[in-house]
Design a protein around this ligand. Structure first.
Ligand code: ATP
Ligand code: LTN
Length: 326
């Protein structure tokens, strides 16, 4: 069966872009593939985190993933730091990647630009991400558009390692959705919506109060003229709303645009579609919140099942590299 692997950082409350660009595809993939889904807490450490918040957010994120529809009977859901295999393979891949290729990563440039303290981990981040993926003999990685370059690097590292040391890793493919792969901030539609960015009016959180969700969409920044047209370059605000609406309804944004002549009507339809997408998730999240031990048990079982796949792959890499068996 096709193996699907993906990850999300516990760096803040899950936002609409995470859901439309990645998480709902994880859920859909479970029907035809073998899913392995990871809360990548080690990746969160690349920027400073409050310890108490990090722990809470990790558990809350697990609960949210279950609420969205990750099914622990069919898929593996686990926390990255529960397996030391990730950090171990990451080191090996840091020694496979070159300084130059890591320096070209645009996420590193964006996140380090203007930062007072830039950790070495922020720089080597893509090697850890490649380790996450390669440890599971992954065929397909469902991610948003911002991860395209990291995925390309993971492929390059797998191919390079296999070339040097013999067949070791499966070379993964990125799966980036046609619609919803880059949800933009509602107040700054030229930058991507993000859970760690401080933009409360521009970001829709999956657990936001539903009236607040509708208000944020109605107050979204639109463009200067009044025409409803899908044109992300010249009309980023309106195109973002069209993308969000289409991602929720499964239509084509250019076709959806033809139905509207006024911004107000587009905003009302978009607000309704988002609210109806979030409502059942919030309901299920509240039910799961009543049973916190259940979520911890699921993560513990997930780590065991993940290790059963990851350990032999890491051993294969160690052997092929020439590391002496302990
Ligand atoms: P941070 O703000 O901490 O960088 P983030 O909100 O960008 O976090 P991640 O944990 O890095 O979220 O990403 C989880 C998944 O969500 C990834 O597959 C990523 O590509 C996707 N994703 C994140 N933001 C968006 C967005 N605005 N539109 C579409 N997909 C997104
Ligand atoms: N780098 C990703 C999160 C991430 C990931 C992964 C995604 C870490 N490891 C493995 C897919 C597969 C991000 O910043 N969104």
């Amino acid at each position: 069966m096709t193996r699907v692997f993906s990850g999300i950082k516990p760096t803040g409350p899950v936002q609409l872009g995470n859901l439309l660009g990645a998480l709902r595809h994880w859920v859909a993939d479970q029907d035809e593939a073998d899913g392995v889904f990871c809360i990548v807490d080690l990746h969160a450490l690349t920027v400073p985190q409050d310890p108490v918040e990090l722990r809470e957010r990790t558990l809350e994120l697990a609960r949210l993933l279950l609420a969205i529809g990750i099914d622990p009977e069919r898929s593996i859901l686990f926390v990255q730091s529960h397996l030391s295999e990730h950090a171990e393979l990451s080191w090996i891949l840091e020694c496979t990647a070159s300084f130059g290729e890591l320096r070209r990563m645009t996420q590193f440039k964006d996140k380090s630009d203007g930062a007072e303290f830039v950790s070495a981990g922020l720089f080597t981040y893509p090697a850890l991400m490649a380790a996450d993926i390669l440890l599971y003999d992954t065929d397909r990685v469902p991610v948003g558009d911002d991860q395209r370059q990291h995925l390309e690097l993971a492929r390059d590292l797998a191919i390079r390692f296999n070339g040097r040391y013999g067949d070791t890793f499966v070379v993964p493919e990125a799966a980036i959705p046609k619609i919803g792969a880059r949800v933009m901030d509602l107040q700054h539609p030229t930058r991507k919506m993000s859970k760690s960015e401080d933009s409360p009016q521009g970001t829709i959180l999956v657990l936001d109060d539903l009236d607040a969700v509708a208000k944020k969409i109605k107050r979204a920044v639109t463009d200067t003229d009044t025409e409803v047209r899908f044109d992300p370059e010249h009309k980023p605000g309106v195109s973002n709303l069209l993308s969000i609406l289409s991602a929720c309804t499964g239509e084509d944004p250019a076709v959806v645009a033809d139905r509207f002549t006024r911004y107000g009507d587009l905003k009302a339809a978009c607000a309704e579609a988002v609210v109806e997408t979030l409502r059942p998730i919030q309901q299920r999240y509240r039910e799961l919140a009543a049973d916190p031990t259940g979520t911890k048990d699921i993560l513990a079982a997930g780590a065991e099942r993940a290790r059963a796949i990851a350990r032999p792959v890491l051993d294969r890499a160690r052997t092929n590299l020439g590391l002496l068996a302990p």
